[in-house]
Structure formats: structure tokens, C-alpha cells
Design a protein. Structure first.
Length: 273
């Protein structure tokens, strides 16, 4: 059992939990993820690691309360326990020493992006970030990025904070103004990552994306997290979750992501009865 040390509500859909998990905290690196089971009968929920503290032996997860299992997790409070907290899973993000990187975060995608950019900053790389949300309340971790990023650009779909528009609008503007980036790291909705690649690929700016397809075992055995990268089948749980955005078949990912939408909806309705 793993103790919830603290819990924070970041907005009406997103929550943060700090979990006591000594082994995961000791070994994890930016880009890796954990699988959480809330209780003995629980579904396995993959969540990217948003932060870790090796001294305090804690790992931070940030999750969107979107389905049945994240709903159960959301009912837990500081001092409660979760049944399983397995990890670190997946490969650490392939972070390179270079001059200038820009991160592009869509909504809750800011959570897995944060440790990657912080690590790059620690490696001496100049780091900027664009954080996008539907509206002001969905722009998360702004202050945390401000602590080390040279520039933090905020976009909202409705214009309630920062620049009105998508993250891709700002990325295109910066490039048009002559900003030079050695690499882009984009994490957020699949459609956002696909559109970031549409901006960067013609200019050959290397672009890493993080995929979070449906996962079951998280160990490469079930094939649930199958994605096509460069025409080859890869498993996001063991080969990823970070991949070269130029090579990802986003359309296939989007089709597979929606596969169990009806079942998930039914499950939520049953739980509400
Ligand atoms: P959202 O749908 O509210 O979008 C967030 C932002 O993404 C928008 O404000 C916009 O700037 C950008 N965006 C959205 N559609 C776009 C488009 N068509 N073109 C360009 N930019 C666009 O995001 P949300 O509801 O917070 O969902 C976050 C998503 O991130 C989820 O789908 C989740 O699965 C994914 N996610 C991925 C990872 C990962 O590791 N890959 C981790 C956590 C979450
Ligand atoms: Fe089963 Fe990746 S989750 S192979």
C-alpha cells in the first residue's frame, strides 16, 4: 500500500497527488510513468510521473478526473492509501544537451513535460515553454515553469488568459519571428501533437512527443499500447512513451484511443447509480 502524502486540486478537472513510493522515487527519470491501482479490484491506470523527490521518497502524479478509475482515485484524500504504485515504467525521455529547446504543453500534458524541461535546464540548455489550456483555469504549472524557463508563453482557446488561440499559433509565430530551436518537445492531446509536427517537420526541427495510449500490463506483453512509429509496431509502455514525432502515425493512435469510449461511459453511469 502506498500513502498519499498530500493532494491538491489544480482545477475543476485536474488533481495532484504526492505519493510515498521509495523505490519508484529512487529510480525514476523524467519521461517515465507508473501504473496505479486504487484498490484490490481496481483497473490499472497509467500516469506519467510529474515530479519526484529522492530525499523525501515521494513521487508526484497529476491526473485528469476523466473516467471511472480516476474518479475513484479522486475520492482518496491525504493520509489514505492506494493499493499499487508500480514503476518506474517505460524509457526515460531521450534528452540531449543542446542550446535551445521549447516545450509545448496542452492541458494536463504540462505535467509530464515539467520534469523533462527541468532536467534540460539542469543540463545547461536554454528552455522556453508554451502552455495551452481551454481557459485560464486549465493552464497548469505556470509558476513551476517560470522558476527555470527563459520564456513562458500562455495560450487559451477562449482568450481568458495569455494569447487567444492554440499552442501551435504561438509556436508558428515564434518560428516566423526567427527564433531558433534545436528541438521541440510536445505533450498534450494527440491532435495537438500532430499539429505541432505539422509546424516543425517542414523546417526539420526535431520534435519529441509523448504517447499515452490504452495500456493494460505496462510491460510489453498484452499489445494494448501498440502504436505505429516509422512504419513499425512499437509498444508505448516499453519502447516509449516518448517517440520521434515525425514518425508517429497519429491518425491510428487517435482511432485506437477512442476504442473503449462507450464502455467507459457505461461504467461511469453504473458507478453513479
Ligand atoms: P485540451 O483538449 O483542453 O487541449 C489543451 C490544449 O492543446 C489547447 O488549449 C490547445 O492549445 C492545444 N490543442 C488542442 N487541440 C488542438 C489542435 N487541434 N491544434 C493545436 N493545438 C491544439 O487538453 P486536455 O483536455 O487537458 O487533455 C490533455 C490531453 O493530453 C489528453 O488527451 C491526454 O490523453 C493527453 N496527455 C498525454 C500525456 C502523454 O504523456 N502523452 C500525458 C498526459 C495527458
Ligand atoms: Fe501491454 Fe504495453 S500496455 S504491451
Amino acid at each position: 500500500m502506498y500513502k498519499i502524502v498530500s493532494k491538491e486540486i489544480l482545477n475543476s478537472a485536474v488533481e495532484l497527488m504526492v505519493i510515498e513510493a521509495p523505490f519508484v522515487a529512487n529510480k525514476c527519470e523524467a519521461g517515465q510513468f507508473v501504473i496505479v491501482r486504487v484498490d484490490e479490484d481496481g483497473e490499472r491506470v497509467p500516469l506519467t510521473i510529474a515530479d519526484y523527490d529522492r530525499e523525501k521518497k515521494t513521487v508526484t502524479i497529476i491526473y485528469q478526473v476523466i473516467g471511472y478509475s480516476t474518479g475513484l482515485l479522486s475520492k482518496k484524500q491525504a493520509g489514505d492509501y492506494v493499493q499499487d504504485f508500480v514503476g518506474p515504467l517505460g524509457q526515460p525521455a531521450p534528452l540531449h544537451k543542446c542550446d535551445h529547446v521549447i516545450g509545448v504543453a496542452g492541458g494536463v500534458g504540462a505535467a509530464p513535460l515539467y520534469p523533462q524541461l527541468r532536467k534540460l535546464h539542469e543540463m545547461g540548455v536554454k528552455v522556453d515553454v508554451i502552455i495551452g489550456g481551454r481557459s485560464e483555469e486549465f493552464v497548469i504549472l505556470k509558476e513551476k515553469f517560470e522558476a527555470f524557463c527563459d520564456h513562458v508563453y500562455v495560450t487559451t482557446d477562449d482568450g481568458s488568459a495569455g494569447i487567444k488561440g492554440f499552442v501551435t499559433t504561438v509556436l508558428q509565430d515564434l518560428i516566423d519571428k526567427g527564433e531558433k530551436f534545436d528541438e521541440v518537445i510536445a505533450i498534450g492531446p494527440l491532435i495537438m501533437m500532430k499539429n505541432v509536427v505539422k509546424v516543425t517537420k517542414p523546417l526539420e526541427i526535431p520534435t519529441a512527443v509523448s504517447l499515452n495510449p490504452i495500456m493494460i500490463d505496462g510491460t510489453g506483453m498484452c499489445g494494448g499500447c501498440r502504436v505505429t512509429v516509422g512504419g513499425q509496431t512499437r509498444f508505448a509502455c516499453v519502447d516509449g512513451p516518448d517517440f520521434d514525432g515525425f514518425l508517429v502515425d497519429f491518425d491510428e493512435c487517435m482511432k485506437r484511443q477512442g476504442m473503449f469510449r462507450e464502455e467507459e461511459h457505461e461504467c461511469k453511469l453504473r458507478a453513479a447509480q
